[in-house]
Structure formats: C-alpha cells, structure tokens
Design a protein around this ligand. Structure first.
Ligand code: C2E
Ligand code: CA
Ligand code: CA
Ligand code: CA
Length: 279
C-alpha cells in the first residue's frame, strides 16, 4: 500500500470530529442526567482484615442512562472534569452521601463513616470547605464520619489554595485520604506538608504482590511512612485470598475489594449494615 498523507489526514480529522461529537453529546447527556436523577451512589465496604467486619463505606458514582444503560465513571468523570460539570456533580455526591448516612442513622442501623471522592477541579472551582461544613450541618453529621478521598495526581499542580483548603478541612475534623497512592506522580514529599489520615494503596500494586519483590517493597514502605505520619493504610483491589494474606503479612490491617463486595446500591448497603455483614 502507498503512503498517502492526505488520506491519512482526512481520516484523522474525521476520527477527531467523530470523537469530539461523541464527547459533546455525552457531556450534554451528563448535564441532563444530573437534573433527571440518573446518577446514583453505590457503596463498597472497607473491611478490617483481621475480623472481616465493615469499618467504612466508599461512595462510588453510577450513571444509569435509560437508553445507553450503565456508563462507567472512568468514562464520564473525565468529561465532567473537562466541562466543569464536576462542580454540581460533586456537590450532589457530597449531599447524597450525607443524606444517606443520616437516613441510615435515623433507621437505627449500625452506621460506619463514609468516604467520597473529590477531584482537583472541585478544589479549583472553590469553596469545598464551606460546602462540606454546610453539608455536615444540614444532615447533622460529625466531621470524623466523613472522609474525602483525593487522588495523588492532585499534587501535579498543588496551588496555595489547595493547601489552604486541605488545612481547613483537616482543622474541621474531616478525614483526608490519599487515593491511588503509588501511581503516577510521587507525592512522598507532600505527605509531610499535608495532614492525611489515610493512604490507599493502589490496586495495581496489590494485584502484582505475588509477582515480585518490588510491589512488596512499595507496600511495605507505604506502611512504614503511614505509621510515621499517623495515617491508616487501606489496600485497594483485594480480589483474592492470597492478596489479603500478602498485604496482612506486610502489616496492612484494612482493605477493600471484590473479594469482600463489589460496590452495591444503597438498598443493598443498608442490608449489609443491618446484617452486620462480615467476611
Ligand atoms: P477509585 O476512587 O480508585 O475507586 C476504586 C475503583 O476500583 C472503583 O471503580 C471500584 O469499583 C473499583 N474496585 C473496587 N474493588 C475492586 C477490585 O477488587 N478489583 C478491581 N479491579 N476494581 C475494584 P469505579 O466505581 O468504576 O470508579 C472508578 C473511578 O471513578 C474511581 O476510582 C474514582 O476515581 C472515580 N469516581 C467514582 N465516583 C466518583 C465520585 O463521586 N467523584 C469523583 N470525583 N470521582 C469518582
Ligand atoms: Ca477512591
Ligand atoms: Ca486530619
Ligand atoms: Ca483508588
């Protein structure tokens, strides 16, 4: 076949147009989804590895589109961030999680703290501490019952405003968790500048644990560092018994993963709490 840059360029442009159209289309649908109530929070248990008991819940956003069906967060969260829709969506997540927590308590269920994910764009849009304070007041929730999970990538552009916000949240008593630890940008230095209460070891390390000493060394050092800054360590992506044994051998006491439970709808979560489910 002959190399023809003109054709390649046309194809490229067409593909790009197609992609842009799809992105715009999906973003419009997402904006509608928020208003139409198509967004839902699922909950996944965080477990005390020794006893198998639920110690906390991570809220994970789900979009169920009436025609397209289930659209994964890995697809729509980036669009929400690009379009700044993550602002109102993040507000909704905060309120919904607090509302659910309040409802579980009012129903007399043995509630656990709840973690929500907050993206950098939300901090850039502003007022995160004020919004959190307001939500805690509105639903009468103690600050230590709420954990904000912030991905490590936030430190790629750590502005002064972000630092102030994280300090304000810490001072308020809300727990801060460093998510996806060990991926991408190294934030070891930043651990000293912020007061994180929890470090989540990314599942990419957990799933390689049986394959070599490097991932083991990483997990081990995270546990040592966490102890030094007085933070909890949570292992993500525990799917196999062997992975649980491995992280425990390295000193990890808390974990989360499909072995225990996939993220479940709120009604199912209530049942797990009511049953005081343990694994
Ligand atoms: P994340 O915060 O790292 O959440 C953990 C992801 O790992 C979830 O994917 C969860 O379903 C999945 N997971 C849990 N246990 C296992 C396991 O044992 N094996 C495997 N392979 N995966 C497991 P999910 O729900 O698709 O969410 C993907 C990402 O989307 C989240 O990653 C988070 O970055 C983002 N996200 C989800 N909800 C929100 C939200 O409300 N706000 C923001 N800003 N981001 C969110
Ligand atoms: Ca998370
Ligand atoms: Ca703190
Ligand atoms: Ca994670």
């Amino acid at each position: 076949s002959q190399h023809n840059p003109a054709v390649t360029w046309t194809q490229y442009t067409k593909a790009l147009e197609q992609q842009t159209r799809e992105t715009v289309d999906l973003t419009t649908k997402l904006r509608h989804a928020l208003e139409a109530g198509q967004l839902e929070l699922y909950y996944q248990p965080q477990v005390d590895l020794a006893s198998g008991r639920i110690i906390s819940a991570e809220a994970l956003l789900r979009w169920n589109h009436p025609q397209a069906g289930f659209i994964p967060p890995g697809r729509f969260i980036p669009l929400a961030e690009q379009s700044q829709l993550i602002g109102p969506i993040g507000d909704w997540v905060l309120h919904q999680a607090c509302r659910d927590l309040r409802a579980w308590r009012d129903a007399g269920l043995p509630v656990t703290p709840v973690s929500i994910n907050v993206s950098l764009i939300q901090f850039e849009l502003g007022s995160v501490p004020d919004k959190v304070r307001q939500a805690l007041t509105d639903y009468n929730i103690a600050p230590e019952e709420l954990t904000l999970e912030i991905t490590e990538s936030i430190f790629e552009q750590p502005g002064q405003a972000l630092k102030q916000d994280l300090e304000a949240l810490s001072a308020m008593g809300v727990r801060l968790s460093l998510d996806d630890f060990g991926t991408g940008y190294s934030s070891l230095g930043h651990l000293n500048d912020y007061s994180f209460d929890e470090i989540k070891i990314d599942k990419s390390f957990v799933c390689q644990l049986n394959k070599g000493r490097y991932p083991q060394a990483i997990v081990k050092s995270v546990i040592v560092i966490a102890a030094a800054i007085d933070a909890d360590v949570v292992a993500e992506g525990l799917e196999l018994e062997s992975q649980i044994t491995a992280v425990q051998a390295l000193g990890c006491t808390k974990g989360q993963g499909y072995h225990y439970s996939r993220p479940v709808p709120e009604a199912v979560w209530r049942q797990l709490l009511a049953d005081q489910k343990s694994w």
